[in-house]
Design a binder for this molecule. Sequence first.
Ligand SMILES: [Zn+2]
Length: 382
Amino acid sequence: MKHFTEEEKIKILSDIIAIKSINENEIEVANYLKKLFDQYGIESKIIPVTDTRVNLVAEIGTGSPVIGVSGHMDVVSPGDESEWTSDPFTLTERDGKLYGRGTNDMKAGLVNLALVMIELKENKELKNGTVRFIATTGEEVGGAGSQKLYEEGYMDDVDYLWVAEPSHDALVYCHKGSLNLRITSIGEAAHSSMPEQGYNAINPLMKYLLEMDDKLNGDNRKNEVLDKLIINTTIINAGNQVNSIPEKAVAEINVRTIPEFDNEEVIDLFNKTADKYNEEGSDIDVEVTMSLPSVFTTGSSKMINLAKELGKKYLDLEPSVIGSPGVTDASNLLRGKDDNFPFMAFGPGETKMAHKTDEYVYKDYYFAFFDIYKELILGLSK
Ligand SMILES: [Zn+2]
């Protein structure tokens, strides 16, 4: 019988926190987990995404149902490390909290999933069905890893998906999409005393941005759970000298989409509006730099019901069932699935703690989620 002790659970989490998988270098996390799985005879596969980035997929059991459990291996930058009370890459316990970059988002969830797989296999507890462990790369920077897994068919036969993103008090069953656009306006440089000799790239871009802002913000479509779409122009770069007519202006925009006003429709609107400006003499180009669709499921599933019960049992709270404005790998992993697909994000940690200085996860919740995940799998696989 394998029974991970609390010391072992902390040791493995601290090893993984020590791996600086900051928007890259997930391969070291993948290698660590692969080695761990190997020790217990669990087959796992490293799946290259780019020259330097990989996913890891491991599986136990056979047949249906196929339960997909997922977490990303990357973390965001710790920012100014001197602002941290303790080293961000050394797991440090203070007052019942485990501090370190990625403790909350989302290595505590990821490690739990891996350790549960090992116990289920070692103790022959899984009598029925398959558990597919899906560790992704690059979630924080566009979801290239989850896109690859979707394309390669790793989700085709999956019956349930939960992502162990930090959200201990709420089951997230739908979320907005995220779309990044880069708008480039090309003009012609000239001396600012003779603007007629050139073409100011900033002017049409400003009008265009405001027009798009009005169009999207003025749209009344609303999702019953996710509410309205959100648009923000977040970066502008233009010009290089105060007395020169700028020849180039570039803006970047982030849109948080809803099923009723989706990425395709937004992209189409940006393109059509650019065409209108270009017919009037501007030179505006629209480039889509990231496009993750929204995820909408009904939220009524055996998985959500069971997770709610287990939340009560192990966390001593009643998790709410909610929609979220943030994206997860489910944007890619659930491409092509319908509204009835059982999906949730549920994991140790708090959404508001993600990406913060002095990031932490409560030690009790880290341990509690191990039990929740194990019972959840056993309940679903019955
Ligand atoms: Zn995350």
